[in-house]
Ligand binder design. Sequence first.
Ligand code: TYD
Ligand code: MG
Length: 485
Amino acid sequence: MAKSTLSFVCQNCGAAYNRWQGKCESCGEWNTLAEEDTSGSVPVSIRSKRKGRTFALESLSGKSPDAPRLSSGMTELDRVTGGGFVRGSVLLVGGDPGIGKSTLLTQATSLLARAGHRIVYISGEEAIAQVRLRAERLGLSDAPVQLAAETSVEDIISTLSEGAVPRLIVIDSIQTMWTDTVESAPGTVTQVRASAQALIRFAKKTGAAIILVGHVTKDGQIAGPRVVEHMVDAVMSFEGEGSQQFRILRAVKNRFGPTDEIGVFEMTGLGLREVTNPSELFLSERDLGTPGTAVFAGIEGTRPVLVELQALVAPTSLGTPRRAVVGWDPSRLSMVLAVLEAHCGVKLSGHDVYLNVAGGLRIHEPAADLAAAAALVSSLVNAPLPTDAVYFGEISLSGVVRPVAQTAARLKEAAKLGFGRAILPESARGEASGDAGLSLNAVNSLTTLVAEIAARGSRRGDSGARDERQAEKNATPARIRRGEG
Ligand code: TYD
Ligand code: MG
C-alpha cells in the first residue's frame, strides 16, 4: 500500500510543514495552512518501475505549421503578451475576484474566434447560461467560441484531443479544476498544481496556447496563483482599484516577451475598452491649482505615461507620524523624506505624510523621486506647483538629481498633452536639446528645487495668492485641464 504523507501546505505560497502552525514562515500569511496528502501527484500504479520510453530529438530549425504567435487583435493585450499568444505556451492571468478577468478573456476569445480560429472557453466557475449572458452583454454572442462548463482535467483533455487542435484554450479558473491523479480536494495546492501540470503537458504536446485564470486570494481558502507561477511561461496580473474604472494588465513574468509593459483598459457598461493613450486617462480628473500635486512623466515598458502624484503633509497628533503610500514603493518614500530632512532642511518628523498615485497606477521607476519630492514640499509649504509642468529625475542619497533613461520620449509625451515646461535633471538637458518646444528647468540638486517651491510659497503667502492661482489656471491650456491628448 502506498505510504500516504500528510503535510500542512500553505495555500498561498505552497510551502509545506509537518505540523500545523498559525503563520506561514515562507510568505508571512496567517491561517493559510491546510492538511494535504503530498505523497506525489502520480498514482502508485504508474509510479512503479515503468521503463522509460525513447523519444526523437529535434533540431532548432524545425518548421511549425502555423504562425508562432496568435495576435488577439486587442492592441493593449498584445502589447503585454509581447505580440500575441505563443503556440504551445501557457499563460496565467491572475487578479482579484471581480476585477474583469473573465470579461477580458471573453472579449479576446470572441475576436479570435471571429477571425476563424478554433477557440475553446472552459468555465469551471460559471454555468453556460452565465457565460452566454456576459457575451450577450458584450455584444459578442455571434462569435463561434466553443464553450463548456467543466472541471475535470481528464475529461477536458480527452475532449480537446479530438478534432483540430484548438489555437487557444481558456481555463476559467485553474482553482476549480481537479484531476483523478491526486486525492486532495479541488482548490488545494496539490490539486491546482497537478491540474496545471496536466494542462501544461497538453499545451506543449499539441501546440495549443492555454490561458489559465487564477484568483488571488487573501484568506487562503483556495490556493493562490503563486503556486503555479513557476510552471507557466508567462504570468500576467490584472489590477485596478475596485472603485475605479481603470484596469491595468501587467506582465509579471514572460518567457517570450518583455516584463515591464502594461496594457490599460477601462471597464464600461459594455465591457473593457482599450485605452490607447493612458496619460489622457490618468490626468483626466486633475485638481488644478491644489498644493501637493505634481505630474510625473514616466515610462511604462516602451511607452511614456504621464500621471499625477498627490501628496498630503499634515502636522501629526501621534507620537510616531504616519507614512502611507498608494501606488509607489514605501521605502522610496522613506528615502526621499530622509534626503529632504538631511540635505534640504525640510523637517517632516512632526508631520504625517500621505502619497498617492492617481488613477490606480503602480509606479516602479526611481525616476518618480523628483515628482514625489516636489509634491511633498508643495503640500508642506501650501503652494501649488505650476500646472503646466512635468517632473522626472532620480534622487540620490546625497541629494543630487540623477539622470534617467528616455528623456526625449518623456518630453515628447508632455508636449503632446500640452504641457509647457519640464523640471528635469541637469545632466539630461543635453539629451533633450531641440525637443518639442518645452521650456526646460534643469535642477542638479534637490535643494534647488525645494528653494524654488518654497519661494512660490512665500510669494503666495504675501499677497494675491488667489489671483495668482486664478492666473495660473487661465494660462493653462484647456486640454491639459481636461487631460486631452
Ligand atoms: P468578471 O469578468 O466576471 O470578473 P472576474 O472574472 O475577474 O471575477 O467581471 C466582473 C465585474 O465586471 C462585475 O462587477 C461586473 C463588471 N462588468 C462591467 O462593468 N461591464 C461589463 O460589460 C461586464 C461584462 C462586467
Ligand atoms: Mg471570472
